[in-house]
Design a protein around this ligand. Structure first.
Ligand code: C2E
Ligand code: CA
Ligand code: CA
Length: 434
């Protein structure tokens, strides 16, 4: 049976904690007392180790999924802290693939050495022909391949950061009432020298798994802030009588749980001289709910600097809404899946209506994502969504295209002459869908 969380076990002198050959679903740290690890060799018990307070045992089977290599006995009254498979699995999955590979290699050698020193030839033979051996081998291969992929990608990403291979595209977010650009979302792309232009789906997952998302994310934020300055300077030079543009950027789980996040953001804001109130951090519900108390601390730090916070892909993650008032949030972005079906499916429309109502009551802004069709614009405006984003208005584009957009919206005498949108009229041509 899997053990759910950390707990303690008490053992009397002479009691068995686990037996050699059993599968292992937990490891132990000795809080007090003594534990003996022993193995049977040709019918004789051999002591492998006597362990005392603070020492760890039972970790081998937990890490490599094989059977216990020895029997563990309490030799006096003993209290153990139990570490469950589930807890460790989560940590191992998040660990650097290179570290995991190293650890598995070392463990394999320890098992081999132990088997050579202690095991009889018969048992070694059994070990070799056993499924366990096959498991060990294929599992190690998998770890090796993962580590090698990470190493290769690490090299490529470092090169990409040094060689300006990452680029930002910006997707306009429009005020649905006035039809003007209220802000943009920064979306990263990788101009790979061999593979061409890569989209986030091609590399963010891997960058997240390996931790390389941290330096990429810092580059994204710095570049986004520098570009925001360019956009704002342009607006100012046109004397645009419009609210300041905002720049939204995305944060993944690793980035959000990075303890240096708030300090790094603060540093980038200072260095680029942007107004923090024009920056919007997009995070997902799942990310908040992973560890609500920690998320609240991070969000407080972000808010204290003056940034805005948006919940991305809203409606797809954590189903309870109870957290909304617990965190300092400014904006909900309704996920594309609801927006794309809202005009065809009464259920989706009701979800959008409910989210819009909820946001209004909580004093939050609403952005509808993934707008592709004119009838969606009409519906979303009727449902009082504040902002809209999607291929209908514009795909993500380069910096110069946003500058041109600002020029065409606010240049000349247009600043005082913006025609509000009415239905699908005046929305421009239907843009190409990627
Ligand atoms: P997201 O934050 O939900 O970003 C919106 C995605 O939807 C973008 O894909 C955008 O191009 C696409 N999109 C926008 N309008 C439409 C539309 O009308 N129809 C359809 N079908 N799609 C639309 P993209 O650029 O491929 O980004 C995918 C995801 O990658 C983003 O989803 C975001 O979660 C992540 N991402 C992008 N840039 C970054 C980054 O700098 N850091 C991190 N951590 N994640 C990023
Ligand atoms: Ca986003
Ligand atoms: Ca989204």
């Amino acid at each position: 049976m899997l053990r759910e969380s950390v707990y303690r076990e008490e053992h009397q002198p002479g009691s068995t904690i686990f037996r050699e050959g059993e599968p292992g679903d937990c490891a132990y740290v000795i809080e007090s007392g003594m534990v003996r690890l022993e193995t049977l060799r040709r019918g004789r018990k051999i002591t492998i180790a006597n362990l005392g307070e603070g020492e760890l045992f039972g970790e081998m089977a937990l890490i490599d999924g094989e059977v216990r290599p020895s029997t563990a006995l309490a030799t006096e009254e003993t209290v153990l802290v139990v570490i469950s498979l589930d807890q460790l699995r989560e940590k191992l999955e998040q660990a650097d693939p290179l570290l995991t590979f190293f650890m598995r290699n070392i463990l394999n050698r320890v098992r081999a050495t132990q088997s050579r020193l202690l095991g009889d030839p018969e048992r070694r033979e059994r070990d070799r022909s056993d499924d366990a051996f096959l498991y060990r081998d294929t599992s190690l291969t998998r770890h090796r391949e993962r580590a090698m992929r990470t190493l290769k990608l690490q090299g490529e990403i470092n090169q990409a950061l040094a060689g300006d291979e990452f680029v930002l595209h910006f997707q306009p977010i429009l005020d649905l009432k006035s039809g003007t650009t209220a802000g943009v979302e920064a979306l990263v792309r990788w101009n790979h020298p061999e593979r061409g232009l890569l989209y986030p789906a091609d590399f963010i997952g891997f960058a997240e798994e390996s931790g390389l998302i941290i330096p990429i994310g810092l580059w994204v934020l710095e570049e986004a802030c520098k570009t925001l300055r360019r956009f704002q300077d342009k607006m100012d030079s046109l004397n645009a009588a419009a609210p300041p543009l905002f720049m939204a950027f995305n944060l993944s789980s690793r980035q959000f749980s990075d303890i240096d996040l708030v300090r790094n953001i603060s540093h980038i804001i200072d260095a680029t001289g942007v107004n923090p109130e024009q920056i919007k951090m997009e995070i997902t519900e799942t990310l908040l709910m992973d560890n609500p108390p920690r998320a609240a601390v991070t969000l407080n730090g972000i808010k204290a600097m003056g940034l805005e916070v948006a919940i991305d892909d809203f409606g797809t993650g954590y189903s309870s809404l109870s957290y909304l008032h617990r965190f300092q949030i400014d904006t909900l972005k309704i996920d594309r899946s609801f927006v794309s079906t809202a005009t065809m499916n009464a259920g989706s429309m009701e979800v959008v209506r409910a989210i819009a109502g909820l946001a209004r009551n909580l004093g939050l802004d609403i952005v509808a994502e993934g707008i592709e069709r004119p009838e969606q614009v009409t519906l979303l405006r009727d449902l009082q969504c504040d902002y809209g984003q999607g291929y209908f208005f514009s795909e993500p584009v380069g910096r110069d295209q946003i500058l041109a957009r600002i020029e065409s919206e606010y240049g000349g005498d247009k600043a005082s002459n913006i025609t509000p949108l009415t239905g699908a009229a005046g929305l421009g041509n239907f843009p190409k869908v990627r």
